[in-house]
Structures are given as C-alpha cells and as structure tokens.
Design a protein around this ligand. Structure first.
Ligand code: CBF
Length: 791
C-alpha cells in the first residue's frame, strides 16, 4: 500500500466510519481513522491464516491466560505490516504527526506484570512464526488500576481503557456460551448431570494479532460476561429501576476488573468465578472447533495443545474431564488421559502465597461437579502411585498447583534456575513420580516491540550494519560482536543511547517538571513493587550514597539518576510503604543543594507498558536485584540487556542465563546465591550481624529510623526500619555490602565511557537468545508438538 492510498483510506474511515470532517477532527478521531485503515490491512491475512489452519488440519495451540498485557496495538500493527514510513507520510499529508497520534492510544492494561506481558509477547511470536493459535482471556472493563501519588503515597483509580472506542476488536455475539455456577449434581441415566443454579453468558471479542511481515495473524479472544436475561422489564414497569438492571450488573461483575481484591470471602468467590468463567468458555470453544473438523475425540491430543498460564486456568483439568466424561460419555479414565494429553502448565512463581488454593467449601459450592471430579482425579492418581504423600486436596483446600501438575503432559518453569528449584521444592514429590514431565522454557521478549519499535535509533544502527534479518532471527545480533572493538561503531552506539536519554529527559521536564542531566547515569528499576524484588535495597543504597557525598562533597562522584517505576498491589501494605519511602527520599535528595547534582531519585507514577518502552532504551543500568531464588525469570532484565543497559543483578531467575551469555565481565554480579540465601536465613541474627558489620548500612537505616525523610517523624518509616533490622526475610541487609561494592564498580566503569559502551554493545550482541520466538519454538518442539503452518 502506498502512502497516498493509505491517506485515502484514513480519510474514508474518518468520514464514513466516524462521521467526522477533517477540518474538525481531533487527534482521537485521527487515531481511530488510522487504526481502522490499518486494521483493514490485517483482516485479509487473518482470514487467510484461519483458512490455512483448517485446510492443513494443523494442530492448534490455545494459550489460556487471566492476563494479556498487550499495551498499545497501533504501532505494533503498523510496524508488523511494514507500513511505518507510509503511515508517517500519510499522516503528514493530512497535517498530523504519526507519533502524536500513536501515543494517543490508551494502554490495554489487562495484566499485572511479567506473566501478562509474557503472554502478549508469546501471541506476537506465535503469529510471527505462523503457528495456528488462540489466546483466551477476559475482556476486563477496567484493567490494572491507574496509579498516582498523593504526598508520596500510592493512590489507585479505576483504569478506563474501554471508555474510548477500542478499534482493534470484533464483537462476536454469535460466539457465546452459557457458563453455570452452583446448583447440584444428580445421576441421570448412568451419567452425572450438573444443574447450575446461576448462569452468565460469555461473549467473544476477537482481536487479530498480526505477526512480523504480516504473513500470519492469530486471534486473541477475550470473553465478556453478560446476563442470560438482560433486562427485567417487569421490574422496570413496577418502578423497580435498579432491580430491572440488576441481572446485567451482577453478571458483568465477572469481567469488570482485573484481579479483584480477594482478601474477603466475596473477593475470593469472584476470583474463582472469573477463573472458571473464562476457562469454561474457552474450552467450549476449543471443543466446538474440534468437533467441527473431526468426529473422533481420541484425536483431541493430536490436534489441540492447551497451555495453562499459571494455575489461574487450572480448573481446565476437571472441566475438560467433565465435558468428555459427563457430556460426551467417555469413560472416566480415558477422559482423564485425553484431557492430560491436551493440557500443559507453566509455573511462574515459587512464592508460597502465590500458589493458589481454594477451600473445598467454596469450590464445592460454586463448582460442585468439579469438586467431585477433583477428588476422583486425585483418587485415580493415588491408586497409580500408592507411595504418594502429596494430595490434591489437603486440609480442606484444593491445591491448584498439584491439580495443574497432575492434569498436564508437561509442566514448565520459566528460567533454568527456576525450573531446577521447582523440581527441588514445590513439586519435589510429583517430579520424582513423573521425572519426564518438568521441562524448562526460559522466557523471551518480542524484538519487534522491545527493540525495533521501542528503540528506532538502535534499530537503524543495527540494520545499517547487519541488515534487517535480526528482527526475525534475533541471534543474528551476534554479528555485532566484532563491532564492539570498532571505535566508529561504539561512537554511533553511544550517540543513539545519548539521544534516547536526551529525549527521556525532555519528557521528564515536560510531564513531571524535573530536569535530568542526560550525562548522568540513568539507573532504572521498573517492575511491580514487591519485597522480594527489593526496591528497598536500591533506595537504601541511595541513602548511603547521599550520606557519603555529604561527607565528601568535593569527591569524584559519578552523577546518577535513580529511576523507579512500578505499582504495588492495593492491599500490600509493606510494598506501599516502600513507595512512600522512595518518594520521601526523592523529596529530600532532589532538593539537597549539596548532593543533587550527583544524585537524584525520580519515580514517575503509573508505570505501564508504554512507559517501559520509553525508559528501557534510555537506561544505562538495569537493576535486577531480587533475593536469589525468588524471581522466577524476569523479562525486563532481557529487554534492558538487548537495549544495551548493563545489569547489576543477583544470580536469580534469567539473570543467571543473561550473565552466562553476555559474560560476567559485562555484568555487575553481587549477592548471595540461592543456597547461600537459604543458609543465611537460618541464622536468626542475620540482619543484626549484617548491620553490625557495615557502618554504612547502619547509618542508612538509622536515617530512616530517625526521621531524616519524614520531617523528623520517627514513627513514619518505623515499620520499614524495624523490618530491615529485624526479620528482613528478603535479606536486604545481608546483601547490602556486596551491592554497595558492585555499585561502586558500576560508577568506575561508567566514568570510562568507551569501556562502558563496549560492554553495552556486547550486551546487545549477545542477548539475541532472549527472543520470545526462541521460547515459542521451544514450546512447539518440547511441549506442544506443534508446527508452523507457514513452512
Ligand atoms: O514468567 C513471566 C513472569 O511471571 C511473573 O511475573 C509472575 O507473575 N509470577 C514472575 O514473577 C516473573 O519472574 C516472570 O518473569
């Protein structure tokens, strides 16, 4: 498509789809018109892909996930269909700026963090590779909350992405399934019949996901909950206006918000309803599609691979058994085997609080037939493995990890270390019983979004040297390795980074009124706020550094800006205290006339995918400082390394593989290893000993305790100071001294700009393995046994 053709298409949509005149159209109108024009270009390859999958009778992959953190879609689509230049020209011809128009799109924040963003990267890679696939999830009316700060504290407001027209989706009223809850189970004619006493309708909304070069498009199908009988006219006519709308309001609750607070019983009930709602609708859809092509259910595992993204859709095991056994009449044992042949489970965390458990009472009440089947599945497994001591139902709880494991053909971890720890800890016994089941699939990120689009300066530098094929085959970045020794290339690489930093500084000045010196090191920690991720270790180091600069204001300090970004779960008290502390420290440091030229702390609110796309290309240093053994993989760490930020990190998650690949000389490693962490924690005095051994650490904690960041109020951050010097479960104090050492090495390295750039180039050149295309190929061969339909 040429630029003039695209311009005409945009104008056509502006006029006939939106009913707007070019003279009065706003940026929003232009964005919608452009999106429709681009979407038109995707529909044909999308249809062709669907038809090809049917024609070839391909095995399909179904990715079931409570979260798809897809972010903005317009730029992704334009880039993948190769229309970036044409779109720029077309918008210019219409008197508009393409970037401004693209930035007008709200982020679709249908996820919390890594797990949801991984799902989005996987969808794009599946389409790039040409694997017939569907993503299935929930069309949340409100995605992850909007974060703001009031006097340094996190405030949460509802996210409203659907208040604007969502141009990418197609509603499918014909693809709707009734999903039941509660009720009872009775035997009828030798079969168990579940009669729910409550039901909602799951309605499909499809978004095409186009792969790189526009050769294949898959579907993200998100379910919305609606009432079976929408509006109660009788109640309305009686004057009961609220009652008339009640069925609709109550049904819609299910797809209203991402992760409702589940600290209350009602919250838990709603969350389990959400999980069953989208899983059941998706499985119905999968079986319906299968039935339309085949009439032999034993073929199901050959034609269908279902990936459970964490335990959230683990109810898929009993639900598929229920469909096969209760509805289709398959023998129970065969139904269990057939379901297992289709299902696979990814574990994303070993944190005990994140391993889901549902009380038998709740499960039995909401899903009585599933509760029976879970007990049956457990019995069958126990019979097969009589020496087994772990059960799926224990102390009145259904353990979803055990259920997912037992009902899966393959179970995977998301980095080499995490997978080994899974075998040794949470799934130790199940692994011993099924030693072939656990496989590793280290995470990856899509290079289209995270390098090509996010970092155009680096991308054009790379493409100018090695051509464009790295975008399909990221390991080709290896060809840049010799260029690390080429001073001309290093100069260009450095210029690209400096320009990214200058751009970010301008943005900070414009949107937050903060002036950042682009010459300073940009030291970035962006991720969910969690104790195990240890943002408090980072801010503690900032405090200690601030104190040292004060001691020697004329010292040879390396200017640094510490940039934080991330949201805390609304009910997570300690994480919110950490946010409050960071903002309070920032207030003091940034206004300190002695130190602020060397050290600043900034924390832009409402961290999301789009902000990550801005921050990562401008970062010099990537903070990956979790307590070893706690971060399953991380994916931000990969994005930073690809974009030439050096990592300061522990041997945790995929940091281990990053360090191996880029080389320990190009990585600032510190901290205890996982076995050392376990050993250290056994010493009840670990924090006190660490503080006693490091006066710098003692002084920094003392400053928090005595009110240096709270106007003298010693109570304000007492919980943090007490935790650090007391329990300190995540071993901030025990790792502080080595972190400080590594940070000073970072300072020294940064002062030698040429050496720093050489290290950065090597990070880019050696991180190509972290493409999500590689990860998806791994799943295809080791887990799904699926192939590309493009071959
Ligand atoms: O595997 C993707 C990511 O998932 C998490 O975010 C999760 O939700 N459990 C982990 O915390 C990350 O380590 C991991 O990269």
């Amino acid at each position: 498509m040429t630029a003039p053709e695209l311009r005409d298409a945009i104008l056509r949509h502006l006029t006939y789809s939106l009913g707007k005149d070019a003279g009065t159209a706003t940026v929003y109108d232009w964005r919608l018109a452009l999106s429709y024009a681009v979407r038109d270009r995707i529909v044909d390859p999308w249809f062709a892909s669907t038809k090809a999958a049917y024609a070839k009778q391909s095995k399909r992959v179904y990715y079931l996930s409570m979260e798809f953190l897809i972010g903005r879609l317009l730029e992704d689509a334009i880039v993948n269909i190769g229309l970036l230049d044409e779109a720029g020209e077309a918008m210019n011809a219409l008197g508009q700026d393409l970037t401004t128009v693209m930035l007008d799109e709200p982020d679709a924040a249908l996820g919390n963090g890594g797990l949801g963003r991984l799902a989005a990267c996987f969808l794009e890679s599946l389409s790039t590779i040409g694997t017939p696939a569907y993503g299935y999830g929930i069309r949340y009316e409100h995605g992850l909350f909007k974060q703001s700060f009031f006097e340094g504290r996190q405030q949460e407001a509802p996210e409203e992405w659907l208040q604007q027209v969502h141009t990418w989706e197609f509603e499918r009223p014909e693809a709707a399934f009734q999903i039941g809850f509660g009720g009872s189970v009775k035997e009828q004619g030798g079969r168990m019949l579940w009669s729910p006493d409550e039901a909602v309708v799951a309605t499909a909304h499809d978004t095409p996901i186009i792969g790189w070069r526009g050769r294949w498009a898959n579907t993200l199908r998100l379910w919305e909950a609606r009432a079976v009988h929408g509006f109660d006219l009788g109640a309305f006519n009686r004057g009961d206006y609220f009652g008339a709308a009640e069925p609709e309001a109550s049904a819609r609750t299910i797809s209203r918000v991402l992760y409702p607070d589940d600290t209350t019983e009602d919250g838990k009930r709603l969350r389990l309803k959400q999980e069953y709602f989208f899983t059941a609708a998706s499985l119905r859809d999968v079986v319906r599609r299968f039935d339309s092509e085949y009439d032999d259910l034993s073929l199901l595992p050959q034609k269908v691979a279902i990936q459970l993204n964490d335990t959230h859709p683990a109810i898929a095991g009993p639900e598929l058994v229920r469909i096969l056994h209760d509805e289709k009449g398959m023998a129970l044992d065969t139904a269990i085997e057939t379901a297992r042949g289709c299902l696979n489970y990814t574990n994303h965390t070993l944190l005990p609080e994140a391993l889901e458990r549902w009380s038998e009472g709740l499960m039995g009440d909401l899903l009585p037939r599933h509760m029976d089947l879970i007990r049956k599945i457990d019995e069958v497994h126990a019979k097969e493995y009589p020496a087994r001591t772990v059960a799926m139902v224990e102390n009145g709880d259904v353990k979803m990890g055990e259920l997912a494991f037992t009902m899966a053909s393959h179970v995977n971890g998301v980095s080499a270390l995490h997978t080994e720890l899974m075998k040794e800890t949470v799934f130790q016994e199940l692994h011993a019983l099924h030693p072939e089941r656990i496989v590793n699939q280290t995470n990856g990120v899509t290079p289209r979004r995270w390098v090509l689009s996010a970092n155009p300066r680096l991308s054009s530098l790379v493409s100018g040297k090695i051509g464009m094929n790295w975008v399909d085959d990221l390991e080709q970045l290896k060809e840049l390795e010799p260029l690390a020794e080429d001073s001309g290339f290093r100069g260009d690489y450095d210029t690209a980074k400096r320009s990214n930093k200058a751009e970010l500084s301008n943005w900070f000045a414009k949107t937050h009124g903060v002036k950042l010196d682009p010459e300073a090191m940009f030291d970035v920690q962006i991720k969910r706020i969690h104790e195990y991720k240890r943002q408090h270790l980072n801010i503690l180091e900032a405090i200690a550094l601030w104190q040292e600069i004060h001691d020697d204001p004329n010292g040879d300090w390396t200017p640094r800006v510490k940039i934080f970004g991330g949201k805390a779960a609304p009910g997570y008290y300690f994480a919110k205290e950490i946010i409050y502390l960071i903002n309070s420290v920032a207030e003091v440091l940034n206004n300190d006339p002695v130190t602020s030229k060397y050290l600043k702390v900034v924390y832009p609110p409402n961290y999301n995918v789009s902000l990550a796309e801005q921050l990562i290309p401008a970062a010099d240093l990537s903070e990956q400082i979790s307590t070893a053994g706690k971060e399953a993989s991380g994916t931000g760490n990969m994005k930073f390394a690809l974009n030439g930020a050096l990592t300061i990190g522990t041997l945790d998650g995929a940091n281990v593989e990053i360090c191996d690949l880029v080389g320990p000389d190009n990585f600032f490693l510190f901290g205890m290893t996982e076995p050392q962490v376990v050993a250290r924690r056994a010493d009840p005095e670990h924090a006190a000993n660490a503080i006693a051994a490091d006066p710098r650490l003692a002084r920094a904690i003392e400053a928090i305790r005595n009110g240096a960041f709270s106007g003298g109020d010693a109570e304000r951050f007492k919980p943090i100071a007490d935790d650090l010097s007391g329990k300190d479960y995540f071993l901030v104090c025990s790792d502080f001294t080595d972190y400080w050492r590594a940070q000073r090495e970072v300072d020294a390295a940064y002062r030698d700009s040429d050496t720093w750039t050489r290290m950065a180039v090597l990070n880019t050149a050696r991180s190509g393995w972290f493409s999500s295309d590689r990860t998806i190929r791994g799943y295809m061969s080791d887990v799904w046994r699926a192939s590309s339909a493009l071959a």
